[in-house]
Design a protein around this ligand. Structure first.
Ligand code: PFF
Length: 445
């Protein structure tokens, strides 16, 4: 059987499609608002550059050398203790867990694309009521769009690497970039643009506490799709002889630029027409629609385009969140691609229903423990614990377990003089940093 592989540009777009997601356009702007702007952005940028880029190279390397699903790749590459190391690959389960809420949020976005065609809330208060109405009492709308999201994602996965994953990214990624660039260029013409620049880049160090630092590191993992084998699984289908370092650079570069462009554009709109940078997850579902309302019919057009771009970003990431487990069942249990995709899809579809119910009045009481809803627990367990743990395992694996000669042979031609500093970083700095972050996020420190 001929094995399907990504083309070079297909791989970069697919890995960037995985990275650029709800994290960039929904989460990054609101946590930037929450943690006070400039200083937080600088720490996030440094983290992406120093920690994120290094682990991106390590994760791609494991996939590229292993050539299989995450579990088999770890198992095959470990020189000793194969049975133990294969558990490193089970981090792929985090993707399916993330999908439980990710698909529901993509569903909200679908709903906003349709409603924004003719309706925008007249002010923040009304926007809040509209959002909460959907969230807390409209079970069937959420179920309908969550199901639509499940169908699109599962269908794409059944088509495989080339005709499914590469294709959806080749279409949706350029579309996303065109929409965002267009809106960004428009925002350049608004008076409030310099204010947005100042908010995002003027560092007020007094606002930077250790929590902001920890959040920046956690977000760097989430936004770069690191720590759960998505990038690893895609890298297993990279062409032989690919330049891993260059690919990693492009993914990090695209992900970071899109986060910054989206942030600048959103804050410009919010300063110009709205109530300034809002805090909290409601930013794009509450404050932004109310700002668009002030722009009249152009606001409707912008709102539809914006939510379309957000849906595109979300779908390409969702595919990458599910693919590792699809690949796992294909490689380890000889499932057909269709069977594996449908089963994985049904998994997140089914549990997604509970994520919806955990916000609905009347059922949410039963899905709430220890101060968090089921929805929030899944977010917390995956982002706060599983991804940093996955990153930690990968750094240890490439830094200490894989033979240095192998790592060197694969990377030195591309990293050149930077190989030794990178290797040092991976072995000493990153494991310590990840450990501290993990303890912090779990509230242990
Ligand atoms: N990077 C995606 C985002 O920013 O929304 C989310 C994500 C995708 C996280 C794939 C982890 C992953 F493996």
């Amino acid at each position: 059987m001929k094995i399907a592989r990504f083309s070079r540009i297909g791989f970069i777009l697919a890995a960037a499609g995985s990275a650029v997601g709800l994290g960039n356009i929904w989460k990054f702007p609101y946590i930037t608002g929450e943690y006070g702007g400039g200083a937080f952005v600088l720490v996030y940028l440094l983290t992406v550059l120093l920690v994120g880029f290094s682990i991106m190279i390590a994760e791609m390397l494991i996939g590229y050398l292993g050539r299989k699903d995450t579990v088999s790749s770890f198992e095959e590459l470990a020189p000793t203790y194969k049975d133990l190391w294969k558990f490193g690959g089970f981090q792929a389960m985090a993707g399916l867990l993330i999908m439980i809420f990710y698909s529901v949020v993509i569903g909200w976005i679908f709903n906003y694309i349709i409603t924004s065609l003719e309706y925008l809330p007249a002010n923040v208060k009304e926007a809040e009521t509209t959002f909460n109405l959907m969230l807390q009492s409209d079970f069937f709308t959420q179920l309908f769009y969550h199901t639509l999201s499940f169908v699109i994602i599962t269908y794409t996965l059944t088509k495989g690497i080339k005709a499914g994953i590469e294709k959806i990214n080749l279409v949706l990624m350029p579309a996303l970039m065109i929409i965002l660039s267009g809106m960004f260029i428009y925002s350049l013409s608004l008076d409030a643009f310099p204010k947005a620049v100042e908010f995002m880049f003027a560092a007020d160090w007094s606002k930077l506490n250790s929590e902001a630092f920890v959040i920046a590191v956690g977000h760097a993992f989430f936004t770069l799709s690191l720590g759960m084998g998505a990038i690893m699984t895609y890298a297993a289908s990279m062409e032989k002889g690919s330049n891993i370092v260059k690919s990693a650079f492009w993914v990090v570069f695209l992900d970071t630029s899109i986060a910054i462009v989206a942030g600048l554009m959103l804050f410009t709109f919010l300063y110009q027409y709205g109530s300034g940078p809002a805090k909290g997850p409601g930013l794009v579902f509450i404050s932004l629609p109310a700002a668009f309302y002030e722009m009249g019919i152009l606001g409707n057009i912008f709102a539809v385009l914006f939510f379309l771009a957000l849906a595109f970003a979300g779908l390409t990431s969702a595919v990458s969140l599910t693919e590792p487990m699809v690949q796992y069942f294909m490689d380890r249990f000889a499932f057909s691609r269709v069977k594996a995709s449908v089963l994985m899809g049904l998994f997140f579809w089914f549990f997604g229903i509970f994520a919806i119910l955990s916000n609905i009045d009347g059922t949410k009481e039963y899905l709430f423990w220890g101060g968090k809803s089921f929805f929030d627990w899944i977010d917390y367990i995956t982002a706060a614990i599983m991804l940093p743990a996955g990153g930690f395992i990968m750094a240890i694996f490439v830094g200490y377990v894989l033979e240095k000669s192998r790592v060197e042979a694969a990377l030195k031609p591309f990293l050149k003089w930077a190989f030794e500093p990178w290797y040092f970083f991976l072995r000493y700095i990153i494991p310590i940093a990840m450990f501290v972050v993990m303890l912090n996020l779990m509230g242990v420190l």
